[in-house]
Design a protein. Structure first.
Lengths: 304, 415
């Protein structure tokens, strides 16, 4: 079995709020993702997805527990972790006064790449993403789609082994959302490991090798889509989700203070039908909790 | 410390800043155009109104002196005074500016003077605080002392006494201070005051834009998820804020210097023609009367001291603005700081406040005080070293705080 690229072990994050007191945004979460896998974190707004991903990207430090990305510890070697991660979220905007090329050169240099190497990579990425026409124009004049391409190129400029996406399709139209989904699938084809969060069920069905259902800061269920279908006796991901979270709980315990994307538009449900959830390569390289009980006790042992 | 990263961040921020219209206004337009225009405008206006007040032939009323034709004749003969007919409400007229001043004299002034038995009392009425009324009172006083001198000379002649009988010796005053001391004393406080204020305002815009501005635009998280070290990121950004501050200072100094040269040239001629030694205000002092220069090494010394001060300001502003969620909030935190800066700088401008060991430890005030000395050509080496050292220590502490703040989640990801 190959070594896991992402390992989270009993990861917790507690925020202190003057009015609401202690908030457990992420509560004792463990999971691992093998190389070349797409791991989805499915949850409502405020479930703790953003906080969990920010901890993996070393933007936030865990209150307790540990995590490692590409073999580097997020607390002890944050810079090495970031050098191996491409992170994209709705909150990762681009510098409006720089051109697309300048943006990519900037992030390339921060990643320690030589200028010649950066130029070569920009050439490749630009051709691949169709950015040639606007490579030397300032980002603030770009359309959402153009900005998105630059953002994608920005996350790829240092060719990281791990990609982390926090709700990448939120607020996008169908076309743009589809291109993101295609891009994420492309990441897997290049052998990259992907973790991404969403609340769009169809995306999970289409893309993910494994899915974790997060609610109230806890990881309530984890497995491949077929596994989850079997475990809960439902075909529809939305039904599975509601079963896991608990029907009476659909007011969603919003306790994530850092979730800054208030837009709750379940953007781009690209119509059903084409769910290509053929997750035959779900090589269970992360230790699944195979107890089918739908009230999950969090005694996940996570790593091997 | 990864210098390449610091350099990369700095270069990016510089490019970004130079493309931002608001930054350019704050760094170049304000110091080069606005400040000299304001200063020059202020000086020119002050000078003009002072000159006008002293050039005007004031309307003055003689109150009393009904049976004193000689006094009246003497007054009427004076071309620098216009005599108004008597009216009861002269005080009100002075208040309403219809009249500049009034002379109260006894009705039988001539007779008392002729008898020589006792001295009649003459009172000059003017409106304190009104410049034109004051100028009129000066004119009246000049007239009266000339008249007094005339009477004295006549009496001495009648008694066949020498002309200087009543003046056994003469008194004169002489200035021994070199020109730069005079200049230093007059503008010595102003130069450091301006430099302190400008280095602060120069850093302000940039500090806000690079911290709260970046949070607001959503680019903070983008840069934080790159492998750049937090310390390197802060230092790169901080260097940009410092650059903005120093560029503002250099631009304003150069432009103020140029304005001063032009202003002095333009005004010097006029002042000499008006013989306006009486005219107050900086412009007149710069042109007429005493030759005045400021010590050039002094000004350079002040510039050297402004560097650690600019570091201090940049770091403090950076830390404060970083706590804000957005630009607007940062502005409301930073604006009150201007008063914190102005107070010690203004205190140092007060006459009589002199540098001592205690003041040498007070940030800002120490720089302002020692600058006053240096501009006047005094270089107290020990004090300069102490002040430079202490300012560097404060600056380093502020920078360390800025780095620490940047590493705090609660500051960077404030909800």
């Amino acid at each position: 079995m190959q070594k896991a690229m992402i390992v989270a072990q009993n990861l917790s994050k507690i925020f202190h709020d003057k009015k609401r007191g202690e908030i457990r945004a992420v509560d004792d979460v463990s999971f691992s993702v093998g190389p070349g896998c797409i791991h989805g974190l499915l949850g409502a707004n405020g479930a703790g997805k953003t906080t969990a991903l920010r901890m993996l990207a070393t933007l936030l430090a865990p209150t307790s527990g540990t995590a490692s990305v590409a073999g580097f510890d997020v607390v002890r070697e944050p810079e090495k972790v970031r050098a191996n991660v491409g992170f994209m979220a709705t909150s990762t905007a681009l510098y409006g006064r720089l051109t697309a090329r300048e943006t990519l050169v900037y992030f390339g240099r921060l990643n320690g790449l030589a200028d010649a190497e950066i130029a070569a990579r920009i050439g490749r990425l630009s051709a691949e993403l169709g950015m040639d026409a606007f490579l030397d124009r300032r980002v603030d004049k770009f359309s959402t789609g153009m900005k998105q391409k630059v953002s994608i190129a920005r996350t790829l400029i240092h060719d990281p082994a791990v990609m982390i996406f926090d709700e990448p399709t939120i607020g996008l139209d169908v076309m743009a959302a589809r291109s993101i989904v295609r891009f994420i699938r492309g990441c897997r084809e290049r052998g990259k490991t992907v973790v991404y969060s969403t609340h769009v069920m169809s995306e999970v069905e289409k893309l993910c090798d494994r899915v974790g259902i997060v609610h109230g800061g806890k990881l309530l269920a984890e497995g491949s889509v077929p596994e989850l279908r079997e475990r809960y006796g439902e075909q529809d991901m939305e039904e599975i989700f509601m079963r896991v979270v608990g029907e009476g709980n659909d007011d969603a315990g919003n306790n994530d203070t850092t979730n800054n994307d208030a837009t709750n538009n379940g953007a781009a449900n690209n119509g059903g039908g084409n769910s290509d959830a053929e997750n035959d390569d779900a090589t269970s390289n992360s230790v699944a909790n195979n107890d089918a009980a739908n009230e999950v006790a969090n005694e996940r042992d996570g790593v091997r | 410390m990864n210098w390449r990263q610091i350099h990369t961040v700095y270069r990016k921020e510089l490019t970004d800043t130079l493309r931002d219209r608001r930054s350019l206004i704050s760094m170049f337009v304000v110091p080069i155009v606005l400040i000299p225009a304001l200063m020059f405008g202020m000086f020119a206006m002050t000078y003009k109104s002072v000159r006008k007040a002293y050039e005007e032939i004031p309307t003055v009323m003689l109150v009393g002196g009904a049976e004193s034709p000689r006094l009246r004749e003497e007054l009427a003969a004076n071309k620098r005074i216009k005599l108004a007919p008597y009216a009861d409400d002269y005080a009100t007229q002075i208040e309403n500016k219809q009249l500049r001043a009034a002379i109260e004299a006894p009705d039988d002034f001539d007779a008392i003077l002729a008898s020589g038995a006792k001295a009649p009392v003459v009172t000059i009425c003017s409106y304190a605080g009104d410049m034109r009324s004051g100028a009129a009172a000066d004119e009246v006083a000049r007239f009266l002392s000339a008249y007094l001198e005339k009477v004295v000379r006549r009496r001495l002649a009648e008694q066949e006494l020498p002309e200087n009988f009543h003046r056994p010796f003469l008194v004169r005053r002489k200035n021994v201070a070199p020109p730069e001391k005079v200049g230093g004393a007059q503008v010595g406080g102003l130069i450091p005051y301006l430099l302190i204020l400008l280095s602060f305002t120069g850093a302000m815009y940039s500090a806000l834009d690079l911290t709260a501005g970046e949070k607001e635009r959503g680019t903070m998280e983008t840069i934080l998820c790159s492998p750049v070290g937090r310390t390197e990121l802060v230092l790169g950004k901080f260097l940009m804020v410092l650059t903005a501050s120093l560029v503002t200072v250099v631009c304003s100094l150069a432009s103020l210097g140029a304005t001063a040269v032009v202003a002095v040239r333009m005004l010097a001629g006029e002042v000499a023609a008006a013989g306006g030694a009486a005219a107050g205000g900086g412009a007149a002092a710069a042109g007429g009367g005493l030759p005045m220069t400021v010590s050039l090494p002094g000004v350079l010394g002040v510039c050297a001291l402004v560097v650690p001060l600019a570091v201090l300001f940049s770091a403090v502003l950076f830390s404060v603005a970083l706590c804000a969620k957005n630009y607007k909030e940062a502005q409301s935190y930073v604006s009150p700081l201007i008063f914190v800066i102005i107070l010690p700088a203004a205190l140092a401008m007060l006459p009589g406040v002199e540098l001592n060991a205690t003041y040498a430890m007070v940030p800002l005030m120490n720089v302002a005080l020692v600058s006053k000395e240096m501009v006047s050509g005094n270089f107290p080496a020990g004090m300069i070293a102490l002040i430079f050292g202490s300012t560097c220590v404060y600056a380093a502490a502020a920078l360390a705080i800025a780095v620490r703040m940047f590493k705090k989640e609660s500051v960077i990801f404030r909800a």
